[in-house]
Design a protein around this ligand. Sequence first.
Ligand SMILES: NC(=O)c1ccc[n+]([C@@H]2O[C@H](COP(=O)([O-])OP(=O)(O)OC[C@H]3O[C@@H](n4cnc5c(N)ncnc54)[C@H](O)[C@@H]3O)[C@@H](O)[C@H]2O)c1
Length: 248
Amino acid sequence: MKTIWTEQQALITGGASGIGLAIAKKLNGLGVKVTLCDCYSEKVEEARARIGEDCRTVCVDVTDLKAVETAFGKLIEQTGPIDILVNSAGITGITNVHSHEVSPADVDLVFRVNFFGSFYTSRAVLPAMLSQNYGRILHIASIAGKEGNAGMMAYSASKAAVIAMTKVQGKEVAGTGVTVNALAPAVIRTPMVEAMPPAQVTYMTDKIPMKRCGTLEEIADMAAFIVSPEASFTTGFTFDLSGGRATY
Ligand SMILES: NC(=O)c1ccc[n+]([C@@H]2O[C@H](COP(=O)([O-])OP(=O)(O)OC[C@H]3O[C@@H](n4cnc5c(N)ncnc54)[C@H](O)[C@@H]3O)[C@@H](O)[C@H]2O)c1
């Protein structure tokens, strides 16, 4: 078991923006060696500049299995097993559209990023985690995956698939020192939410009993706990961060 943050390294997909970047900053502040993974090289380099010199970057599209295997394999070869993987890369696809009107190509793309991306990356890091009998995987799912948001079929279904994968992976590696959990936020103001149709955002925020959005600090703090050595008896679970929307 690794008990000290400064002896650990974290890989964060979608690390160039929003939730991924906030979690990266939090872990970096705790002394973890952080690698940001994102698919836009300029954006990921800008994010690195905001974190600090000790932060690494890999520019990878998580939908590209070969690219994930090559980049993650090289990183593990150079630096040793990834102790913490946070999968925050995600897209909403087209929203505010009924499921019988959404294009199959859009559903396919959303699944490739949100589900297959998280599958490919966890698949790439798990063997080395298992070999050291320690690891923390955190998939950023969504309240949409638990409840289903009208107008967001592709997104909701892809996040439900992530939640199911979390349950399976958590059970499969239980007892090895590796945990796999997910986190299901409601609405947190990030570039992803800013890009959505206002009607869709109103639909989502109106459902939050606390009558406010979550903050980046709140999600980063909860994520840091989930990937901490102390969070050692919880696996396959989807943590809630929804201001009271989900109470299960
Ligand atoms: N913001 C919210 O309210 C909210 C709520 C629930 C769940 N989430 C989830 O949290 C995660 C982060 O969302 P965010 O709000 O920070 O969004 P964001 O758009 O700010 O960040 C997402 C990042 O993922 C990257 N990305 C997208 N496709 C990629 C690909 N194919 N390969 C590699 N990187 C890719 C983007 O470049 C971007 O930097 C997503 O999975 C999202 O579904 C967000």
